[in-house]
Design a protein around this ligand. Structure first.
Ligand SMILES: *Cc1c(COP(=O)(O)O)cnc(C)c1O
Length: 387
């Protein structure tokens, strides 16, 4: 199992589809499966001195090792200096970077419009004596609050408003100010955007979303090129024990094989849906970074290889939005995103996000585009009272 492909050679120079189906696979061995099954072990046989790689189940597990190689290969193809660490959830991955890197007296810059749990994180950081500054994702306001900061946290595209910031520009400014940069890459996935190549120190994601893509696993990861920084992240996982189960890790690795297929189809569907929504006068505030007219399109096109699977828009009011969701037949009213089955929700029902009552976050699945667009347009008609 330890004889995995050197990922520097494994899929270097290949396309995303080839890389996705092969990422992290061990060297073929006669009579062994292509992707070895999950290793269920709280402890491993350990005669003599406790040297690894596998000693106790909270520290390391061979199923994680293969998944971590796969994720690193996707985050930074051909760069064998990049390591990844997998976690039990996206929040565990985010927390591991913040709480392993920041100390009392440090300052951190967080997005003011990012993932809905960030305000909770902020409270906890402040309770530990860390100064938290915030700036919106779009518009470069981060640059004005970087002075003396230890870490700049970006989320681009942002959830749920789909604003985008220029990662190269932010990373250069942070470097000049002596700050580290982390990017929450959940919406883009490594097939949409590679933060480490754009200058970030950490690429972090909730793999609960597009990476695993079936809406049935919680998982997260951190990828990083610096051995010292990633060692701190790995140490944090061991301390808090925010470890993925071997079954989840194995299912995630299995799911990565279809990442390119799913992403390609879902991104194409998202663009088709956004284009159809753009023709409606009952839809306002339409956002999709892949739409040429989107306020984020120019910056997004300069750093994203695919524009993601989430579209957001606003209907007249809460009632109209609820009638729309109720009328959909192919789209479930559910939270989260990135799965093969389309889901949508009225984001304002959670509180916390600064969005209008009729704001819809739409996660575009892998259905046939004509079926999906027809269902959405019909539901808009029903919601408007003429369907
Ligand atoms: C869902 C999400 C998270 C949290 O991930 P979990 O896997 O639910 O812990 C963090 N950041 C973004 C942008 C998300 O969408």
């Amino acid at each position: 199992m330890e004889a995995a492909h050197d990922r520097g050679d494994g899929t270097r120079g290949h396309g995303d589809g080839t890389r996705a189906v092969r990422a992290g696979l061990p060297e073929p061995r006669p009579y062994e499966p292509t992707l070895p099954g999950p290793v269920f072990a709280a402890h491993f046989h350990l005669p003599g001195e406790p040297v690894g790689p596998y000693t106790y189940g909270r520290d390391e597990n061979p199923t994680w090792t293969l998944l971590e190689r796969a994720v690193a290969e996707l985050e930074a193809p051909g760069d064998s200096t990049v390591e990844s660490v997998v976690f039990a959830s996206g929040m565990a991955a985010i927390s591991s970077v913040l709480f392993s890197q920041l100390r009392a007296g440090d300052a951190v810059v967080l997005p003011s419009d990012g993932y809905q749990a960030l305000p909770l994180v902020r409270e906890q950081l402040e309770a530990y004596g860390i100064e938290v500054r915030t700036a919106p994702t779009g518009g470069d306001a981060q640059l004005a609050v970087l002075d003396g900061a230890k870490l700049l946290w970006l989320e681009t595209p942002s959830n749920p408003a789909l604003d985008v910031c220029d990662i190269r520009r932010m990373a250069a400014a942070a470097r000049a100010a002596g700050a580290l940069v982390a990017v929450d890459n959940t919406l883009a996935t490594p097939l949409g955007q590679r933060p480490l190549a754009l200058g970030a120190d950490f690429s972090v994601a909730s793999d609960t979303k597009g990476m695993t893509g079936h809406g049935d696993i919680l998982l997260g990861h951190v990828a990083c090129r610096d051995a010292g920084l990633i060692a701190g992240v790995r140490r944090w996982r061991k301390i808090v024990g925010a470890i993925p189960g071997p079954m989840e890790a194995w299912l995630a690795h299995r799911s990565l094989a279809t990442l390119q297929l799913r992403t390609e189809r879902q991104c194409a569907n998202a663009l088709a849906l956004a284009e159809a929504l753009a023709t409606r006068d009952d839809v306002t505030g339409l956002r999709y970074p892949g739409l040429p007219g989107d306020p984020s399109h120019t910056v997004a096109a300069g750093q994203m290889r695919r524009f993601g699977t989430v579209v957001s828009f606003v209907l007249k009011d809460q009632k109209r939005a609820e009638r729309f969701l109720e009328a959909l037949r192919l789209v479930d009213d559910a939270t989260s995103f990135g799965g093969v089955r389309s889901t949508a929700e009225r984001r304002g029902r959670w509180g916390g996000d600064a969005v209008p009552p009729g704001f819809i976050r739409f996660s575009v699945g892998a259905e046939d585009p004509d079926d999906l667009v027809e269902d959405v347009l019909r539901a808009l008609d029903v919601a408007a009272g003429h369907g």
